[in-house]
Design a protein around this ligand. Structure first.
Ligand SMILES: *Cc1c(COP(=O)(O)O)cnc(C)c1O
Length: 404
């Protein structure tokens, strides 16, 4: 099992006091905290090898380029992509999804359909709506049930030869539902549709195998896996990335430029216009190494214990209701207390140093489905503890007593 004291000591922010109380950080679904090794790697990059990549013949530029490409390879191995050039550095999940949605513009027309699910983050809804507006294609939605699971029989009914692309998350950020994506990918392929998996909320808890899954695109953000903000990955199958036009034009993504015609660079550069977040890309590799050293099986097992413990403790609070009771869930709990606005609880427990998210979690359609304005969301990481859960439950009990 995990040496939780050693792990906590590696995250300097966790020993901070917030509002005079030890920080209890349960907003991991929004962003993870960073271990010292990641913080140091950022400093080391700027101290020792900062230079622009893929351009200079000089030594420093070579060093920066090598480190960037080593990181790309690490990420390739981590997600088991067939080729390193199928791994595109982006600024995050949002950027990755927009790049793919834009790429489909010229291949869609009226009558074509794009499928998203009722469980999506706004990042995996809005770019597809914009694509449909540009092309005249129709957006369709895979519905969910009261437990927060996608209704697979409805998904099958929605799929047809009109379906051109399906976009679903691996794990819901608002409810923690783990979707059966392996089967969903297979089903999309039976009608010839492409499928993009939004893995933003999955990669902190598990190691995806994109070849085994056979997904066409898999996207995620670096900042939710102990890496820097402004980093992300777009994995795409080579054939798809070759087929899609580039998302942005600029330096570094070209082969030749004249005023008459520009030809594009090979993968991955075709999708990496301009100077990227070089330090961020390199350090994302450091973060992935850090997590692999702890081990994703250990992480999942420990987080599952936290989920079960917190679920049981929270349900002891009178009037508390959990939203998202899927059989397959990760360490995210969304809940409300009867008669109290989520924001009021969030504000009161913040005074005790407890960070939870309140609101719609960038997933308004889910809140509309349950007819609620929002929830309180506690999302746990491998560096959280049962003691912290006790502190939160106690603070919620006291807040409730004040508010009712
Ligand atoms: C966080 C998140 C996003 C958006 O990620 P950014 O890092 O803000 O681009 C998209 N989808 C899911 C499921 C998320 O959890």
């Amino acid at each position: 099992m995990l040496d939780i004291h050693k792990i906590r000591a590696e995250f300097p922010i966790l020993s901070q006091k917030i509002n005079g109380k030890p920080l209890v950080y349960f907003d991991n679904g929004a962003t993870s905290q960073k271990p010292q090794i990641v913080i140091d790697a950022i400093s080391k990059y700027y101290t020792e090898i900062n230079a622009n990549i893929h351009r200079g013949v000089h030594t420093l530029s070579q060093m920066a380029t090598d480190a960037y490409e080593v990181s790309r390879k690490k990420i390739q191995q981590h997600i088991n992509a067939k080729h390193a050039h199928e791994v595109i550095f982006t600024s995050g999940t949002t950027h990755s999804i927009n790049a793919v949605a834009n790429g489909f513009t010229s291949s869609l027309k009226a009558g074509d359909e794009v499928l998203v699910s009722a469980l999506e983050h706004h990042s995996n809804i809005v770019p597809w709506q914009m694509l449909c507006e540009r092309t005249g294609a129709t957006l369709k939605v895979i519905p969910m049930n009261q437990d927060g699971e996608l209704i697979q029989s409805e998904y099958e009914k929605l799929l047809s030869t009109n379906t051109k692309i399906v976009a679903v998350n691996h794990i819901s950020n608002a409810l923690g539902t783990i979707n059966p994506i392996a089967e969903m990918i297979q089903k999309a392929h039976t009608v010839g549709a492409a499928i993009l998996i939004d893995g933003a909320q999955a990669v902190p808890h598990l190691k995806p195998d994109v070849q085994k899954l056979d997904c066409d695109f898999y996207v995620f953000s670096g900042h939710k896996i102990c890496g820097p903000t402004g980093t992300g990955i777009l994995y795409g199958k080579e054939a798809w990335l070759n087929k899609l036009p580039p998302y942005q034009g600029g330096g570094e993504m070209i082969a030749t430029v004249t005023f008459e015609k520009t030809t594009y660079a090979d993968l991955p550069h075709k999708f990496e216009a301009g100077t990227p977040n070089i330090a961020g890309g390199i350090v994302l590799g450091t973060a992935i190494d850090y997590l692999n050293n702890i081990g994703f099986e250990n992480i999942a097992e420990y987080e599952h214990l936290l989920l079960e413990y917190a679920t049981q403790k929270l349900l002891e609070i009178d009037g508390l209701k959990i939203f998202g009771t899927a059989k397959q869930k990760t360490s995210v709990i969304s809940f409300n207390i009867e008669g109290i606005h989520p924001y009021d609880i969030g504000t009161i427990i913040d005074k005790k140093g407890i960070a939870v998210r309140t609101g719609h979690h960038c997933a308004q359609p889910i809140m509309d489905f349950y007819k609620i304005p929002g929830t309180i969301r506690a999302s746990f990481a491998f560096y959280n503890t049962k003691e912290e859960i006790d502190i939160m439950v106690d603070a919620i009990q006291k807040a409730k007593a004040m508010l009712i």
